[in-house]
Design a protein around this ligand. Sequence first.
Ligand code: ADP
Ligand code: MG
Length: 609
Amino acid sequence: MSDIIHLLPDHIANQIAAGEVIQRPASAVKELMENAVDAGATEIHLVVADAGKALVQVNDNGKGMSETDARMSVERHATSKISKIEDLFHIKTMGFRGEALASIAAVAQLEIKTRKADAPFGTFIDIEHSEVKTQEPVAMNPGTSIAMKNLFFNVPARRNFLKSNTTELKNIIDEFTRVAMAFPEIKFRLTNNNQEVFHLEPGTLKQRIVQLLGNQYNARLITVREETDYLNIYGFVGKPETAKKTRGDQFIFVNNRFIRSAYLNHAVTTAFDNMLQKDSYPAYVLFLDLDPSQVDINVHPTKQEIKFEDEKIIYAFVNSAVKHALAQYNITPALDFDLDASIQQLPAVTQPFTEEKRSAVSGSSLYQTFTQKNQAHFIERNTGSQSNLKHWKDFFEPGEQPAYVPAPEPEQQSIHLEAAEHRLFQVHHTWIVVETGEGFLLVHQQYAHQRIIYEKLVSLGEGQKMPVQKSLFPATIELSPSDAVMLHELLDEINQLGYLIEPFGNNTFIVQGTPADIAQGGNERKDVELLLEHYKHFGNQNKLSVRERLAIGMAWQQGIKPGHALSASEMNNLVTDLFHCTHPATSPAGKPVYAKFDKEYLERMFEKG
Ligand code: ADP
Ligand code: MG
């Protein structure tokens, strides 16, 4: 038998490795912006075209590169940021692996223009298939401009995996937001297809939050600040009334790096305790600073997970810092909090402090939290937050969303409604009892209606439009910048589905008309925001199209709610329409629409005993 193992050619090995770092346009946004920050820039301009698929460019006024460094920068493992392994433990820069530019060079066309302040002119380099095609002097201001063009032009299989422009643009805005949030002292701009989306002047963190997340947080942010010799926390939480039904405005940074941590999210959210409405998420932007040797630095810089040496104490720290902040602002009554015994057992609490350390930290309120009993804002004992702790995973895991499950086909065929037209009965203004040939069904009126609306919207053909009711007094609505970008992208679709919305510049839109079935007047902004929230919420489910995602939101918006009395003919129409649907058994969000009670089942039920 012949041998079958061979070495991969370099360019293929490079493309595979590059795929880890650059998966989508937003990955390049993150890498290029972080490089600009590392270069000490005070102004950073991100320019994208075609949702980054055609162009992702970052211009900065940082320290620039020499001619040789510019050439070197695209080699794999070429970095100016570390030179020995010990450096890893003191890292203060965003990047250090020297992979980003090499990866971009492997999967896209790359153009670098760079000039150091003391150089008379800059260098221009043009790279394709990881090879330098041109290098020549160029006149420019000091700084660097790096452009990634035609992502995956040489890896069509990957290009096909890119999502719709709306989704990729949303990912770009998310990455932009994370970097811009962490450096409020830097001026950032984002231009998409020649339109300025963000223009962020340097300022305080509070100003930056409002610039990025929207005016609704203006004067509705509460400062969180605790300092110890172990770690510091600084940032803001939104007042409880600003909590939203979907996530998106939650940010935790560790040493200025955005991280995802279900565990820490739980620590923040439980601190709000019962101040929040069910299933709503408070906004927060929190910066944890700790000694890099306490954080597992081996974490890949493109990933967002992070390991702490002592997770538990960081949880307790974050939780009590937020509680403290809420208590100080008189948001939470300073009631019966009590120091949790398990917290007192943690090494950082029980370890003897040196005299010097003690005086340094004893003034901090966190220190007092951990050492004095019966103070406000302490960790509750045996109450909700503790028992919730073991469920923190379910709480924040992405799996929490109901999956979209089309109903099994055979189901509908076995239901014969013909004889049942006049045998409908509403129970508790929520369910409808429907007699069938085989027994009866209990139909959930809201989910049934959602299913009907959903299928109607999804099956709408090209050129067809849902009826609009024109508003006598069109409402002007202002959205957060990222919602505004999203609405722009979705406008054609939304307008086909019954809205009449026109852009009015500066994150503002005019709602000229709304779907014929929804109540008019005053709720336009909330309605549109909730629609977008639904759209985002179902964004992780790749199989859904833009239309389907919008239709889920519209079905939810327009479906009759429980508690609504229905006339006999309304019930009749509802049930008839439901069973004309292709998938009557599940709601668009995956909830069961009806429960079936067969005669045999009913008979057996009464044969017992
Ligand atoms: P890393 O950031 O991990 O060092 P990169 O591939 O992102 O690796 O960048 C390689 C090197 O190129 C950096 O270490 C830095 O010296 C240089 N570099 C990249 N972008 C810039 C920039 N915008 N300004 C100045 N130098 C840069
Ligand atoms: Mg880098």
